[in-house]
Design a protein around this ligand. Structure first.
Ligand code: PLP
Length: 234
């Protein structure tokens, strides 16, 4: 992709998000765009950053760390870890990311809190919810969410910011909205159960379901393909 094509697809993605917000009757500042750059080279992230994009999502730790090294001169770039997280990887994530969207068990949350460096701001976390209850998917089951959230909210070096989900694919807008609505309801329940937690983030909506997610209250959409094109092989 040329520099120009990338900045154009970024502009298109921003317009799409804005239109979805307007169509949903929401202020255009109500949701932010996370650019999901997995499998894409550091040079493309640099171009997107030059075109005004600051927040990037990565799924694979080593790949992300390599790109962070290459892009170390971009001082205020914001890195979000959004992939499955095993306990032997938590230290590198705690040390090198501002956000983690994929926390789904207490053991991982505790390690992230213990390993977050004291000279960094607390790590922002979203709990990943297996909202479509797919057997093979990561995420805490909705019925176990309340207990996990209460424990995570108490960890000193984490800030519990919200919920994330990757619903099962669906063909129609109405079918897409169902699990997203369930996530929104879980988020509302959490806010009333944990009034002191800084819960402000509903991380849902990808290239295929952005409009449905915005209708259901997403505050952060995670776009990969729509910005960077089809994924490259790893
Ligand atoms: C890859 C990925 C995305 C982006 O998906 P697209 O369909 O390419 O927009 C969003 N969220 C997560 C967790 C991902 O792994």
């Amino acid at each position: 992709m040329t520099d120009n094509a990338l900045s154009e697809s970024l502009i298109r993605a921003r317009h799409r998000l804005e239109k979805a917000l307007i169509d949903a009757g929401r202020p255009t500042t109500d949701a932010t765009l996370l650019a999901v750059s997995k499998t894409k080279p550091a040079s493309m992230i640099r171009q997107a950053y030059a075109a005004g994009q600051q927040a990037f999502g990565e799924n694979y730790l080593q790949e992300a760390l390599d790109k962070q090294t290459e892009l170390a001169d971009l001082a205020d770039i914001e890195w979000h870890f959004i992939g499955p997280l095993q306990s032997n990887k938590t230290r590198a994530v705690a040390e090198n990311f501002a956000w983690v969207h994929s926390v789904d068990r207490l053991k991982i949350a505790k390690r992230l809190s213990e390993q977050r460096p004291n000279d960094s701001a607390p790590l922002n976390v979203c709990l990943q919810v297996n909202i479509s209850k797919e057997e093979t998917k990561s995420g805490v089951l909705p019925e176990a969410l309340g207990e996990l959230a209460a424990e995570v909210a108490r960890l000193p070096r984490l800030r519990l910011r919200g919920l994330m989900a990757i619903p099962a694919p669906a063909d129609t807008l109405e079918a897409q909205r169902q699990p997203l609505a369930a996530l929104r309801e879980a988020f509302e329940r959490l806010k009333s159960d944990l009034p002191d937690a800084p819960l402000d983030t509903l991380s849902m909506g990808m290239s295929d379901d952005l409009e449905a997610a915005i209708l259901e209250g997403a505050t952060q959409v995670r776009l990969g393909t729509a910005i960077f094109g089809a994924r490259d092989a790893r």
